[in-house]
Design a protein around this ligand. Structure first.
Ligand code: GLA
Length: 383
């Protein structure tokens, strides 16, 4: 049992006055490449990180599901299994409530239970803290009910919770990787049909550094949804179902019918899908230099065409590009703040982290937080 598992079991005992019957975990993620492609039916290449949400649980008497969180000590929540589950306050509980509603809709008979969550995924930092909360909630509820659900169907249920209970119109990437990740593998996911391939990322000389700007983004505030809409209207004008079905020539030839924003958004998406597939080939042949070049190109496209970067992320990527032992760097996740990732030689990682923190602090007056991760495990139903 890890220290964190022991700690959550202890806390569960203090809070609910009995032992937890199980503890599950679900990780956050970084996306190596394939950004803002998931809701365009494209490809993504995320890994799970070594940070996760734990959920300790036990079936209870009565007809309620009780929710508590170590990070939200003053804001416990509960809902009644005999009444339609609705969103409300506290806000954090909308994620597990949305998952519960989705499981019920999928025919799972939920049981009354107590759950305690504890997460070390930075909240709102662009590392999918919410997906890890949803997936851990789902596994706890399924565990108590003695049920299992197919991985991709479960990801869809968690995504729907995010749409309907949290108001974020996200794609499928974050929930899928939290469930489907394997250690030492990146997940190539086809977001059109849910098919996937595990790509080896097991070279011990490589590390992924995650640099958190601590600039908080809020994907519910409209910037994300606006881009999603621009992609859909561009696809409609191009006469294709989704931008996955378009290519660079089609987009550049459509300059007259697309608005400026539709043109630049579409240009990002079609080029990013292409880069993602090229990046997979590069990774499979151990060509990290090419992989890194594709990361820089992805960042430039997100900055200039998709307009979801910010000066803090640009600074980290720019500084990283000057350092020995760096293969590539880019912003990761939805953007508007959040994190950048740096693909680096493991033996240079400390120097790289120091150099980036120093120049970041000199420019912004406060440090960014950098940690290293390898491709970690996906959700576990019994930790
Ligand atoms: C957020 C969303 C994902 C995906 C990324 C951008 O993380 O939750 O579905 O769209 O942004 O790639």
């Amino acid at each position: 049992m890890t220290d964190r598992t022991a700690a959550i079991r202890k806390r569960f005992g203090e809070l609910y006055r009995r032992e937890a019957s199980g503890v599950v975990s679900a990780p956050g993620r970084v996306n190596l490449i394939g950004e803002h492609t998931d809701y365009n039916d494209g490809f993504v290449l995320p890994i799970a990180i070594d940070r996760c949400t734990l959920a300790a649980f036990a079936p209870a008497d009565g007809r309620r599901v009780n929710l508590a969180s170590v990070q939200q000590e003053d804001a416990p929540a509960s809902f009644d299994l005999d009444v339609d589950i609705e969103k409300g306050s506290p806000k954090w509980a909308n994620y597990p409530k949305g998952v519960a509603a989705g499981l019920v809709a999928a025919g799972v008979e939920l049981v009354p239970m107590d759950i305690l969550f504890d997460s070390d995924v930075p909240i709102g930092g662009g590392l999918s803290s919410s997906a890890s909360l949803e997936v851990s909630a789902a596994l706890a509820m399924l565990g108590a009910a003695g049920r299992e659900i197919d991985d991709y169907q479960l990801a869809l249920i968690c995504q729907k919770a995010e749409h309907e209970f949290a108001g974020t119109p996200c794609g499928i990437m974050d929930q899928a990787i939290s469930i489907m990740a394997r250690p030492e593998r990146a997940l190539l996911l086809d977001c059109r049909d849910g098919s996937s391939r595990q790509i080896p990322l097991d070279n011990p000389d490589l590390l992924v550094l995650v640099a958190d700007t601590k600039v908080k983004h809020d994907l519910t505030d409209g910037g994300y949804a606006a881009r999603r809409d621009q992609c859909y209207s561009a696809a409609a004008k191009l006469g294709v179902k989704m931008l996955r079905d378009a290519d660079a020539d089609m987009v550049s030839a459509a300059g007259d019918i697309l608005t400026d924003k539709e043109l630049t958004r579409a240009r990002h998406v079609v080029s990013e899908i292409d880069r993602t597939l090229k990046a997979v080939s590069a990774m499979e042949s151990g060509d990290y230099a090419t992989f890194g070049e594709l990361m820089y190109a992805s960042h430039a496209s997100l900055r200039d065409d998709y307009e979801v970067s910010c000066e803090e992320l640009d600074e980290i990527v720019q500084r990283a590009s000057q350092l020995d032992g760096v293969y590539g760097a880019r912003m990761t996740g939805g953007g508007f703040g959040g994190c950048a990732i740096i693909l680096a030689s493991a033996d240079r990682a400390d120097d790289i982290a120091r150099a980036i923190t120093d120049s970041y602090t000199a420019r912004f007056g406060h440090p960014c937080v950098i940690f290293a991760t390898r491709a970690a495990t996906g959700a576990v139903s019994n930790v």
